[in-house]
Structure formats: C-alpha cells, structure tokens
Ligand binder design. Structure first.
Ligand SMILES: O=C(CO)COP(=O)(O)O
Length: 122
C-alpha cells in the first residue's frame, strides 16, 4: 500500500509516537510524507519515507497530485484544528481530493489507530 503521512506542527510529536507504535506495520508499505513530517519520522523510526516539499511550500499539493493519479491508498493527516495555517487552501484541497477519489483519510490519531488496527488484522 502507498500511505501518506502528514502532521501539522503541533501534531508532529503525536505522529512520531504513532509511527513508532505501528513501525512493524509501516515498514511493510510504501511511505510518503510532507517534508518536515517525513524527516522527523525518518529520524525517529529509521523507516523509509519518500519526502515531498514541506506542506506550506507545496507538499500537500504534491500528495494531492498522487491522489488524483490514483496512486495513493491511504492518507493519515494529523491536522491541527486550533491553529490557522497559511496554506489552508492546500489542506482543504488535499482533503477534498481524498473524497473525490474515495481514498481512506484519517485526520486525527483516533481514527488512524482504528484504521491501522483494522488493516493489521486483515
Ligand atoms: O503543513 C503540513 C500539512 O499541511 C505539513 O508539512 P510539513 O510536514 O512539512 O510540516
């Protein structure tokens, strides 16, 4: 599976914890991430991650492009709903494309945990 991992700044610690917890699952899949999130995951888990640009610099749109090419199977995007993002239109566009192409999307760790537990059990 091709999996996109993205976290806003205040959710990055959660993403690190999450990828550490599910490392055994993630190492069997192809991982993609926005720039800073990807680097942190690599540093803390040594997982292989294809990094795009940082979110505010176009990374969300790069992942959106893969979704529109039907090349992404799952998106785990830990959004920060309490902080204004300068690239909010890009965030909305990415979420919208998940809905256009019916790509499973978790926007918080609660849903992401359920999804990974489900996928692990298959
Ligand atoms: O801003 C982001 C998603 O909208 C995340 O980008 P970074 O992983 O580069 O911080």
């Amino acid at each position: 599976m091709k999996i996109a991992l993205i976290a806003h700044d205040k959710k990055k610690d959660l993403m690190i914890e999450f990828t550490k917890k599910h490392r055994d699952y993630f190492e069997k899949h192809e991982l993609y991430a926005t720039g800073t999130t990807g680097q942190l995951i690599i540093d803390h888990t040594q997982l292989n991650v294809h990094r795009f640009k940082s979110g505010p610099l176009g990374g969300d749109q790069q992942i959106g492009a893969l979704i529109s090419e039907e090349l992404m199977d799952l998106v785990l995007f830990f959004r920060d709903p309490l902080t204004a993002q300068p690239h909010e239109p890009d965030v909305s566009a990415l979420i919208r494309l998940c809905d256009v192409y019916n790509v499973p999307l978790a926007t918080n760790i609660g849903t992401a945990n359920y999804l990974i537990e489900y996928l692990n059990a298959r």
